[in-house]
Every structure is written in structure tokens, then in C-alpha cells.
Design a protein around this ligand. Structure first.
Ligand SMILES: NC(=O)c1ccc[n+]([C@@H]2O[C@H](COP(=O)([O-])OP(=O)(O)OC[C@H]3O[C@@H](n4cnc5c(N)ncnc54)[C@H](O)[C@@H]3O)[C@@H](O)[C@H]2O)c1
Length: 386
């Protein structure tokens, strides 16, 4: 094979975005051969541009028209369609989150394990953004020393009532399995674990429908603790304006802050623990050097990750975002909510069956009826760059 024939399942906001850069030739050795959506009108603008159209994702998978698929449907179908594709011998790029909850992610990953010849990737495009790649290198090179604190306040995910009314599946236990955590914050949660590993315990405080007429969480504050005693706070909201996006990691050798598209490294000349032990005066502090770390934002991070998926299929290059790694961001989203619902700290790894049971109870008890309305067309890509 010298070219990957790709299909997209789910032609909503992100499915169209993938289709548009693929049709513009932004991914080499890849041809968009098929698209699918349960609503035929979502396919219309691709008449004459994409050869095969299907109204059922499973039909596309079985069509023999594709070598790989991108699954861009609501979250719960990521698991069922992902399993169907892997079992049919098709390579899979699944949108984030890889599943709606941890137990489903385990099912999907187990199927991937049974089909090791197929490439199974996750669309975690922040992993190719130079600002995060640089933070990761600082950590891996030991420039920060041992990490002691991680704080991320990302409260600028403002969404209106019209946004929540725009899709029947959004912000419901049954359709989405959660709110701001599983949807908007999933990329930040992937970054959190990609940069610093998984915490050992979490205590979440989530407010359900605080700002919007929804049944799931739209405002959260969570405390995290790692095995080495590092601590962190993760804050998010879709109801607060203007909101903030400030990511700060402190280590024994200094701290890095990402805010307002600026990355600053304040480096301690001496390790703070060593300095504290050896200094002979009480109010001394390590001297610091302050460095602004330059970076450019990736011009099309989704296309870069898609190219990596294609190169993995054709050349066997390692994946930047292997699908199974997607379980960590789901577990974080789930455990923050679960801890809040239980009113207690939860140790990780979280019991996925217990969480699934809780989620099913919420689905069963839901009396929420959603009124879906048509919203004005707007540029969805402006929500990307965090
Ligand atoms: N990586 C990113 O930057 C990014 C950005 C936005 C959304 N997403 C993820 O992509 C997914 C879709 O989000 P969206 O905003 O595009 O939602 P959306 O509601 O705009 O689109 C989903 C589409 O899937 C279709 N669909 C549902 N079930 C289907 C099936 N069985 N077969 C074929 N089509 C089906 C729906 O009709 C709809 O058109 C979500 O999981 C979301 O988290 C990722």
C-alpha cells in the first residue's frame, strides 16, 4: 500500500474540519474516499468531492472502500464504532475522548490489543503544539527538577445556552456522559497526564448546571495529589467570562508558566530543597533567571496528527498519540466527577465498573428533556487554540 484510503464517520463540526484539510491536500499519501453521517444533509456539501457517502458508520466500515477511519461521532459511539472498525481489519483514528467512560475505553483498548496489526490512534492534537512539546522537554531534561505543584485554571471555555441547545447529545448523561470535563477539558487532561503522569488521588468539586440549563457539570474545582506528594488544582468552567487560561508547573529547580500565549521559565540557580538545607540565613531565596521561551502555534495540529496516523500505517512510524493512552484523560475526567458525586477523595486507578454503575444510575434517573434549536453558523475552529 502506498496511499491510505480514509473514511470519516460523523460529519458534524470536527468531521467537516478533518474533511476540509484532507481535501485541501494537507495530509500526503492519504485520500478521503468515504464519509458517513446519520443525517444525509451533513454529507451534501461533499457531493462530487468525496466518492462514497453512507448514512451508517458500520456500512462505511464494511464497504471495502477504506483502509482507515476517523471516528468523529458523539462519544458513546467511539467505543462501538471503534470496536467494529478494528474487528473489520480497519485502522482507527478515534476523536477525543476515546470513549465516554473508563470501562468503555477498556473494552475498546482490549479490542485494539486483539488486533495488533492495525494502527489505533487518538486525536489529541495538543501533543504536537510546540508550547507543550517545549514544556515536556523541560521536564524530561530535568530543567524543572522534581515537580512539586501543578495548577491549571482554564475557565475561559465560555459557552452560551445556544451552544448547549445545538446538539441533542450534548451535556446529557445519556448522550455525552458528562460536561466540561469530558468535552472541553479533555485535551488539557491529556496534557496534564502527558506532562506529569497520573495523580494518585483526586478530590473533585463539580457543580451541575450551575450556569446553564443542563444536567451535567459546567463548573469544577479539583484537587490532585501525585505519589511523590506533588499537588495540583485544576479549575474549569463554561459559564465564566472572561475567564482565564493559566498553566503553571513548579519544580524544585524553577517554574514554568503558560498564559496569554506566552511561555515563561523562571529558573532557580540552585535546587530549592538543597538551598533551604544549606543556606545559613533565614530569609534568603535562590537567585533566578527569567527566560521567555519562544514558540509558534502549530498551523494545523489536526492535520499534523493525521499525517502521523498515515505514516504509522504506511511506514510503521511510532504514533504521537496511541489510542490506548486516551484512557488516562477519560479516567481523570471521570474521577473528578465521581469524587464530587461521592463527596470524597478517590484513589487511582479508579474502579471503572463502579463509575459505570454510577453513570448508568444518573442516566436512569435523568428527567431532563432537551430542546434542540438551530444555531447560527459560525467559525467552530476559533474554539481550538488552548
Ligand atoms: N479534537 C478536537 O479538536 C475536537 C473538536 C471538536 C469535537 N471533537 C470530538 O469529536 C466528536 C464530535 O464532536 P462534534 O462537535 O463534531 O459533534 P457534532 O454533533 O457536530 O457532530 C457529530 C456528528 O456525528 C453524526 N453521527 C452520530 N452518530 C453517527 C453514526 N452512528 N454514524 C455516522 N454519523 C453519526 C451526527 O449526525 C453528527 O453530524 C466528539 O466526540 C468531540 O469530543 C474533537
Amino acid at each position: 500500500m502506498n496511499k491510505v484510503r480514509l473514511g470519516i464517520i460523523g460529519m458534524g463540526n470536527i468531521g467537516k474540519h478533518h474533511a476540509d484539510y484532507l481535501l485541501a491536500g494537507k495530509v500526503s499519501r492519504c485520500e478521503l474516499t468515504a464519509i458517513s453521517d446519520v443525517f444525509p444533509q451533513s454529507l451534501e456539501r461533499y457531493k462530487g468531492k468525496v466518492a462514497k457517502h453512507f448514512n451508517d458508520g458500520e456500512q462505511l466500515i464494511r464497504s471495502q472502500d477504506v483502509d482507515g477511519v476517523v471516528i468523529a461521532t458523539p462519544h458513546y459511539q467511539h467505543t462501538t464504532l471503534g470496536i467494529a472498525a478494528l474487528e473489520a481489519g480497519v485502522h482507527v483514528m478515534v476523536e477525543k475522548p476515546i470513549s465516554a467512560h473508563k470501562a468503555d475505553a477498556e473494552r475498546l483498548i482490549a479490542t485494539g490489543r486483539e488486533h495488533p496489526k492495525q494502527v489505533f490512534a487518538g486525536m489529541f492534537q495538543l501533543r504536537v503544539e510546540p508550547r507543550y512539546v517545549k514544556i515536556r522537554k523541560l521536564i524530561q531534561d530535568g530543567e524543572l527538577g522534581e515537580i512539586v505543584r501543578i495548577n491549571w485554571i482554564i475557565s475561559d471555555w465560555f459557552r452560551t445556552e445556544a451552544y448547549y441547545a445545538s446538539g441533542g447529545w450534548r451535556a446529557t448523561w445519556k448522550g455525552e456522559g458528562g460536561g466540561v470535563l469530558i468535552n472541553q477539558c479533555l485535551h488539557q487532561l491529556d496534557m496534564l497526564q502527558w506532562l506529569s503522569g497520573m495523580p494518585a488521588r483526586v478530590r473533585g468539586f463539580c457543580q451541575l448546571g450551575r450556569y446553564h440549563n443542563i444536567e451535567v457539570e459546567d463548573d469544577i474545582t479539583c484537587y490532585l495529589e501525585w505519589a511523590n506528594k506533588a499537588t495540583g488544582v485544576f479549575v474549569s468552567s463554561t459559564g465564566e467570562a472572561p475567564g482565564s487560561n493559566r498553566f503553571e508547573i513548579a519544580g524544585t529547580r524553577g517554574k514554568v508558566v503558560l498564559e496569554n500565549n506566552k511561555l515563561t521559565f523562571t529558573r532557580n540557580e540552585a535546587d530549592m530543597i538543597e538551598f533551604s538545607r544549606t543556606s545559613t540565613v533565614g530569609f534568603a531565596k535562590p537567585d533566578v533567571w527569567v527566560a521567555d521561551i519562544p514558540f509558534e502555534n502549530a498551523p494545523n495540529p489536526h492535520a499534523t496528527l493525521m499525517q502521523n496516523f498515515v505514516d504509522a500505517i504506511l511506514d510503521g512510524v511510532p504514533l504521537i498519540a496511541p489510542g490506548p493512552e486516551g484512557i488516562h484523560s477519560i479516567e481523570l475526567a471521570n474521577v473528578m466527577l465521581y469524587s464530587s458525586l461521592l463527596g470524597q477523595t478517590v484513589e487511582l486507578p479508579m474502579n471503572s465498573a463502579a463509575y459505570e454503575k454510577k453513570l448508568n444510575e444518573l442516566i436512569a434517573q435523568s428527567k431532563f428533556e432537551k430542546k434542540v434549536v438551530q444555531v447560527a453558523a459560525e467559525d467552530f475552529t476559533k474554539s481550538f487554540n488552548r
